[in-house]
Design a binder for this molecule. Structure first.
Ligand code: ACM
Length: 274
């Protein structure tokens, strides 16, 4: 059995204070070091509530050459840990709600959020990239940001691309829904999921904490409190996610293909009604 240590870092990013947030994160490097992979919340360096793109752009980072990216690369190297974090990203004058994986050896892979939530639609550009699966220590990890949880086809695509773990950086606001949704994404895809949510409040937006680590059967390995600043690390066997049988006679991929053969003719019919 080849195990992997994976964890989440739940905290309250200081609004509009990237420097302070990086300093806060760096104070936890001794704990981060104990894990192979650590996942941080969505927009972990800037906070969440901005009313205009112009307000957020000066705080956003260029990935991988920006100051914040350089910080995370240094942290990954010094702790020998893969750091996956949410970042506001500026790219050729455009603004993305992004997530980046910083490897100890200097590699960086990014994902730009596909499903923008509520007023994010007024702020961020929409990604047109395909869902991203990364490889670390022979394990495949699917990248997800917050509201992506509500779209089962997103997690399904990541699983079909080989993801054994869903790394979910979040700023969840609808009490309990994202956490429940990710548990279902784990069950229906037979994968681990790690949701790194934030806590606290910005203006009238309250974040729900309760970051979690879920196994491929939907069992909760860890769930943080709503207002707890914490890092939780679990030792998992990622290969458990290679078993796609719910019963000896129910393989979720094969049964899904069989079902789709029948359902696909109705999908076209429904599409015409929209
Ligand atoms: C969210 O997608 N930040 C709710």
């Amino acid at each position: 059995m080849k195990t992997l240590k994976i964890g989440f870092f739940q905290f309250k990013p200081e609004h509009r204070q990237p420097e302070k947030n990086l300093e806060f994160i760096s104070k936890h490097s001794e704990i981060i070091k104990q894990s192979d992979i650590i996942i941080l919340p969505e927009l972990a360096t800037t906070g969440y509530v901005f009313s205009t793109k112009e307000e957020l752009l000066p705080l956003a980072d260029e990935i991988p050459e920006g100051k914040q990216s350089k910080f995370f690369l240094e942290l990954a190297k010094n702790t020998n840990t893969l750091i996956i974090t949410g970042l506001a990203e500026k790219e050729k004058g455009r603004l993305f709600n992004s997530q980046a994986a910083f490897y100890p050896d200097g590699k960086v892979v990014k994902y730009q959020k596909l499903h923008l939530f509520f007023k994010e639609k007024k702020l961020f550009d929409l990604s047109h990239n395909e869902p991203v699966v990364i490889d670390y220590k022979g394990v495949k990890i699917g990248l997800m940001i917050c509201f992506d949880w509500a779209f089962p086809e997103h997690a399904r695509l990541l699983m079909l691309k080989g993801a054994q773990i869903l790394a979910h950086s979040a700023n969840l606001v609808l009490p309990g829904l994202g956490q429940a949704g990710m548990r279902i994404r784990s069950i229906e895809n037979r994968v681990f999921s790690v949701t790194a949510n934030r806590l606290g409040q910005e203006y009238d937006t309250r974040f729900t904490g309760r970051s979690q680590i879920i196994d491929p059967r939907g069992n909760t390995i860890f769930m943080a409190g709503e207002n707890e600043t914490t890092i939780k690390i679990a030792e998992i066997d990622p290969d458990l996610a290679l078993d796609k049988n719910i019963t000896p006679l129910n393989n979720i991929i094969q049964d899904s293909i069989d079902g789709l053969k029948f359902l696909s003719k109705y999908v076209n019919k429904l599409n015409k009604n929209f």
